[in-house]
Design a protein around this ligand. Structure first.
Ligand SMILES: O=c1ccn([C@@H]2O[C@H](COP(=O)(O)OP(=O)(O)O[C@H]3O[C@H](CO)[C@@H](O)[C@H](O)[C@H]3O)[C@@H](O)[C@H]2O)c(=O)[nH]1
Ligand SMILES: [Mn+2]
Length: 679
């Protein structure tokens, strides 16, 4: 297949203006060294512990800044040339996962599936596999109806070049041929059902071939871990190798529909490239989101990751595997190592010709049984890795350490559009899962600092360090949100006073890092308010999600708790949606996730109010030695405005539940009074 291609199918360009960045880098790093020097030469004799904690926090802030250089050093962009692709394209198997019909409405799943089926690609080369971990009759029915509707939808998309090819509006009850087909459905056993037969057996209303479509639902039995999404992907991997065995595998979550019917061709360009193609294990598309508010209230548009940071990873062996929107080489997914001396060609080993589908369904059921994997290398040496709440990043790290490269492919027209959490609690829970999983990776046998050395590039290790140590942000954040205000209230100075030249070092580092991150986001077409929201969410995640992650990991290490997969809800009620669109933060549920953040905000406000009378008494000049602490608390209080409103001023249903308010106030006072004994 690839032998006939001589022209490059993609090219690479490094961002301009790097000299300017390097100058900034030198200035900033000089600032970090000065700060360290100041801390080491100014150890106070009366409060050494406070000094130590604040210094460690600053050290960790500096270390994460250093890791981030992996993303910032050389942003690298790829351009693909799909026009140069040969007509004989490699087959692709497409996996879609769903797990819970209440949190992931079947209509959404069907919509995603149909949007993918509309890819501009030879239908004979595509096979779709839907994993329904919820084993839901409703989902099955929706998919079955979708398979019928697809026979109308695909010709329609071809004719009118529909973009995005997701039929939401079209996929209404009137369009469906209701009834039939799924009466035999029972949910007490494994189910593999071929809904559309490829290779010309099933045709659309115009007589053109349909792709294959297979519904898979795994049996769950207690005592047999089903490994969540990773388990689902591995089950689909085996079923697909039996039924179609395409050399490429695309994975999309049910909450992300295709928004660009050409994107698959872009991905194929990387694998078929005559020069670099053989090194590439997977292509990762960005995750982009539908319906995120103008200023991205919860920072769930994750612009920073997918519109800034991931371009930086292209400079050193490519991005992390981020789950949805990724195309894998089956060989690398199945445990093969990359060996430059024995390049693996992207060969078409797919199963061809007419098939006995009933027989295949029966055989496939064996492959998805919950005890099938016992004693087999799945989840360890083969397939997506088990044992981690972020199976994607973990697996990507393993593929990278087996020598494969990845590429970040971000076409002009967004490849996928998905649903992001639309309230505070879901956001914090999602980040708890991500940061817990990330820390699990760092603590695993594949730790980038040990296993990664010699296998990964330095820049890659830095990027992985940044992500896998995310959860540890909570420690410096807690230090900075607790110690300076409490020390201030007790009259203890922890920073140089305004007239001290060292003050300038602290001030410049603080200002520079803020201006830089703002500039970066503006470059990615963000807004100032978006940046402010992002900063607030960063603090909330830091003091809540990340803190809980660290606690979960500690509990897990002593065997008290297990990490699971809390599925993000994709439904929202109308009233809450209205508030969301007005960019009013939603709390509403009495979630423990809120308590640390609200406590810290209250504490900072209280310490600020406590110190204000003193300021009025002696004038700002007299509090010169506490100026930086005042600024920190002032900053935390200003950014916490929406929290104070939710706690005390709002009357709507989205306000902070009284129980959270009570706990937080009590806790804040407790901490405050305890501190006066300790400090
Ligand atoms: O037991 C399970 C649990 C989840 N899922 C599926 O996993 C996907 C992701 O779940 P979601 O709740 O949407 O989590 P997100 O945080 O939005 O997912 C992000 O983070 C995950 C890792 O934590 C990645 O796998 C995803 O691709 C990535 O989009 C969905 O399609 C689910 O149906 C399963 O198939 N089985
Ligand atoms: Mn999701």
């Amino acid at each position: 297949m690839a032998a006939t291609i001589t022209d490059r199918l993609f090219t690479t360009r490094i961002a301009s203006g790097r000299l300017l960045y390097k100058l900034y880098f030198i200035a900033f790093i000089a600032g970090i060294f000065s700060l360290c020097y100041y801390r080491l030469t100014h150890i106070p004799s009366d409060h050494p512990i406070l000094w130590l904690l604040v210094s460690l926090a600053e050290f960790w802030f500096a270390a994460t800044w250093v890791f981030q250089q992996g993303f910032r050093w050389a942003p690298t962009f790829h351009v693909t040339y799909p026009d140069r692709l040969p007509s004989n394209l490699p087959p692709v198997d497409l996996f879609v996962c769903t797990a819970d019909p209440d949190r992931e409405p079947p209509m959404l799943v069907a919509d995603t599936l149909l949007s993918l089926m509309a890819y501009d690609y030879d239908a004979n080369k595509l096979a779709f596999y839907l994993s329904d971990d919820g084993g839901s009759e409703l989902t099955f029915h929706a998919i079955y109806q979708a398979s019928l509707f697809a026979k109308h939808w695909l010709p329609f998309c071809r004719k009118y070049k529909v973009e995005p090819p997701a039929p939401q509006a079209y996929f209404s009850a009137e369009n469906m041929d209701v009834g039939g087909g799924c009466q035999s459905f029972r949910r007490d056993y494994d189910l593999v059902k071929v809904l559309l037969q490829g290779n010309g057996k099933d045709v659309d209303v115009e007589g053109k071939p349909m792709p294959t479509l297979v519904y898979v639902s795994r049996e769950k039995r207690s005592g047999h871990p089903h490994h969540y999404k990773a388990g689902a992907l591995n089950a689909l991997n085996r079923v697909s190798s039996l039924m179609s065995n395409a050399p490429l595998i695309l994975n999309v979550d049910c909450d992300m529909h295709s928004n660009n019917s050409q994107a698959l061709r872009d991905a194929v360009c990387f694998f078929l490239d005559p020069k670099e193609g053989h090194r590439i294990g997977y292509v990762q598309f960005p995750q982009s989101f539908n319906g995120v508010t103008k200023n991205d209230l919860y920072a769930n548009g994750v612009k920073r990751i997918y519109e800034i940071e991931f371009f930086g990873t292209n400079a050193h062996n490519g991005p992390m595997y981020a789950g949805t929107g990724s195309v894998h080489r089956r060989e690398s997914l199945n445990g093969r190592k990359f060996d430059p001396n024995f390049p693996i060609k992207l060969e078409d080993k797919s199963v061809k010709g007419s098939k006995n589908w009933t027989e295949l369904e029966e055989k496939a059921k064996e492959l998805i049984r919950c005890d099938y994997e016992m004693g087999k290398p799945w989840g360890k040496e083969m397939g997506v890795m088990y044992g981690c709440a972020v199976e994607d990043v973990f697996s990507g790290l393993v593929f990278h350490s087996r020598g494969w490269q990845s590429v970040f492919c971000s076409p002009e027209r967004k490849a996928y559009l998905g649903l992001a959490p639309v309230n505070t609690n879901d956001t914090l829970i999602q980040h708890k899962r991500w940061s817990t999983g990330s820390l699990e990776i760092f603590l695993s046998d594949y730790c980038p600092w040990t296993h990664g050395v010699g296998r990964l590039k330095l820049g890659q290790i830095m990027c992985y360090s940044f992500y896998t140590l995310w959860a540890l942000w909570c420690l410096p954040m807690l230090c900075y949100a607790l110690i300076p205000p409490l020390a201030m209230a007790n009259g203890i100075s922890l920073f140089p006073q305004v007239t001290d030249p060292w003050f300038k070092v602290f001030a410049s580092l603080g200002i520079a890092s803020h201006i830089f991150s703002l500039g970066e986001l503006m470059w990615a077409k963000g807004t100032i308010k978006m940046w402010w929201n992002e900063t607030r969410m960063w603090m909330m995640k830091g003091s809540s999600s990340y803190l809980f992650s660290v606690i979960v990991i500690i509990l897990k290490s002593v065997g008290i708790s297990e990490t699971g997969f809390e599925i993000t809800s994709k439904v929202i009620n109308q009233e809450a949606l209205k508030r969301y669109n007005q960019e009013i933060m939603e709390f509403a549920v009495p979630s423990p996730m809120f308590i640390p953040t609200t406590t810290l905000s209250l504490l900072n406000l209280y310490c600020l109010l406590q110190t204000t009378p003193k300021i009025l008494e002696v004038g700002l000049g007299g509090l010169d030695h506490l100026a930086l602490q005042l600024i920190i608390s002032g900053y935390i209080s200003i950014i916490s405005m929406p929290l104070y409103e939710a706690l005390f001023l709002r009357k709507d249903k989205g306000r902070m539940p009284t129980s959270v308010t009570t706990y937080s106030i009590t806790l804040a006072f407790l901490v405050f009074y305890l501190s006066s004994f300790v400090m």
